[in-house]
Design a protein around this ligand. Structure first.
Ligand code: PGA
Length: 253
């Protein structure tokens, strides 16, 4: 498997935008703006609606595209599913899995685990979202997150950890006016790194990047990178406006 560079700034478009035409216009404008900031590749990554992948692909020169979920958890005769290999062939270079908004629709840890395993088998890198619903003063949420990680990654081979990214997204900080504090983020990132090391050993654990997500914007992005212990960011609302997303990318360069 050829190693892909791991995502750093990932926009999560959710149901944005309404049409393919708007999506293409967005990418063209974004490309024109980021070209003025830097010539590097991989300046941005966008998790877009699957149906727009193919038409956006040709325009995304300085970034890469991924999907927000995968529906196909079986490879046999199953109606209405899109499998990881189909998404790869349509141009996906990563898949977000386990986002809290998908879990809220009833997705179980076992289903997320199956999706992770299948995506990685199809050589589709995974960005696994994980985060507590709420905090308790005794820190039990740390144990819960560690246990979730163990269940989800149980069938992932050690070698495939190189194609895994974690996105720490405290559910209480998504879609809010304020993100978590960098200290709150740092505490969980350390716990996640420790949990990864105890699952697969330090050498494989070190290959996993960790991102923070939850009300990130251009004003707080750099602080998370510098003080939150993370390798990048997962950005919802602030990725749906070309100027805002460009400013965010720029401050983190
Ligand atoms: P937000 O969304 O940045 O709008 O809080 C983040 C996410 O849901 O991934």
């Amino acid at each position: 498997m050829k190693k892909r560079p791991l995502p750093r700034i990932i926009g999560n478009w959710k149901t944005f935008p309404a049409t393919e035409k708007e999506a293409v216009t967005f990418i063209k404008k974004l490309e024109a703006k980021v070209r003025l900031i830097s010539k590097s590749k991989d300046l941005y990554h966008l998790a877009v609606p699957d149906i727009f992948l193919k038409s956006l692909q040709q325009h995304a020169k300085q970034g890469s595209l991924g999907v927000q979920n995968i529906s196909g958890t079986t490879l046999g005769q199953t109606t209405g599913q899109t499998t990881p290999s189909m998404l790869c062939s349509a141009g996906a270079s990563f898949a977000l899995l386990g986002h809290s908004e998908v879990r809220a629709q009833g997705e179980s840890l076992e289903t997320i685990a199956k999706k992770c395993e299948l995506a990685l088998l199809a050589k589709l890198p995974v960005v696994l979202c994980i985060g507590e619903q709420e905090r308790d003063k005794h820190g039990h949420y740390l144990k819960t997150l560690e246990e979730e990680l163990r269940i989800i990654l149980e069938h992932v081979t050690k070698e495939n950890f190189a194609y895994l990214t974690l996105a720490y997204e405290p559910v209480w900080a998504i879609g809010q006016a304020q993100p978590a504090t960098v200290h709150e983020c740092f505490e969980v990132v350390i716990a996640l790194r420790r949990a990864l090391a105890s699952l697969v050993g330090i050498d494989h654990a070190k290959k996993v990047s960790i991102l923070y997500g939850g009300s990130v914007d251009a004003s707080n992005a750099l602080t998370f990178i510098q003080e939150g212990g993370v390798d990048g960011l997962l950005v919802g609302r602030a990725s749906c406006d070309v100027s805002t997303f460009t400013s965010l990318i720029k401050v983190t360069l």
